[in-house]
Design a protein around this ligand. Structure first.
Ligand code: SF4
Length: 249
């Protein structure tokens, strides 16, 4: 390979990365009508109501899974550039797509290829290796942002599981890209309406940090919620509490 060509390609990519770091877009931007946070796609894919609680109502509770997640990101949050095992690595790179209206931040972007011309996003997660689709959607959205920002094809990325120290490679197929686009529109629509979706009240709730704020068992059954409200806020004649309680079942 021509050394001069390689140097030119490397410089080209570096210039685009420096521009990305310097730009206002992607640095501290929050959800609004124009921008959807990439993390919101992951939340929405897990549970639309969880996404709404976090991104509309700004609700955030900790549980063991969120604490582990925060710890997983501590090492990669610092914005730095360096070479690791001969591969240039960017940590904490701001991401955005004007076309999709997405913003976020990459844990790690590696630059593969002879001249480092192929960005490869890596999302860090706590826990053991798994095949969760919502994590694939998150890393694919990062890849789509990098394509637009850097003008380079991004065919794949990875999720790195700290608990088992392995990577799961994610190919950015046309089907996965379409899912990112559809989900971005769905989240944007939900943000614009500003209402909480219904609670699915299923297995997902067991691991959800927002369980105590969401109260899925109560809100998923409107009859039960009405009975709670009536018992709490409507004065009942003496001796009638038993009938109010019957609505809790
Ligand atoms: S508790 Fe269940 S319904 Fe509520 S936000 Fe979490 S996963 Fe969704």
């Amino acid at each position: 390979m021509d050394a001069k060509w390689r140097e030119m390609e490397e410089n080209k990519v570096m210039t685009r990365i420096e521009q990305a770091r310097a730009t206002r877009i992607g640095n501290g931007v929050r959800d609004d009508e124009e921008h959807v946070m990439i993390s919101a796609l992951e939340h929405y894919a897990y549970c639309p109501r969880q996404c709404a609680l976090i991104h509309i109502e700004q609700t955030f509770d900790e549980n063991i899974y969120t604490v582990r997640g925060t710890q997983a990101h501590e090492r990669v949050d610092e914005a730095i550039t360096r070479a690791e095992r001969g591969v240039r690595v960017e940590r904490g790179l701001p991401l955005w797509s004007r076309r999709l209206g997405l913003v976020g931040r990459a844990d790690v972007v590696e630059f593969h290829g002879e001249a480092g011309e192929t960005p490869y996003p890596v999302e860090y997660k706590s826990g053991k290796r798994r095949e969760w689709r919502y994590e694939a959607i998150q890393v694919c959205a990062q890849g789509m942002c990098l394509e637009e920002m850097l003008g380079s094809a991004v065919p794949a990325g990875a999720v790195y599981y700290i608990g088992s120290r392995v990577r799961r490679e994610v190919e950015f197929t046309s089907e996965l890209r379409a899912a990112v686009e559809q989900m971005t529109e769905a989240v944007r629509g939900m943000l614009q309406i500003g209402k909480l979706p219904v609670a699915p009240d299923d297995q997902r709730c067991l691991k959800c940090s927002l369980l105590n704020s969401c109260l899925p068992a109560a809100v998923a059954r409107p009859g039960r919620l009405l009975a709670y409200q009536r018992a709490l806020f409507v004065p009942q004649p003496e001796g009638t509490m038993a009938s109010a309680k019957s609505g809790f079942d």
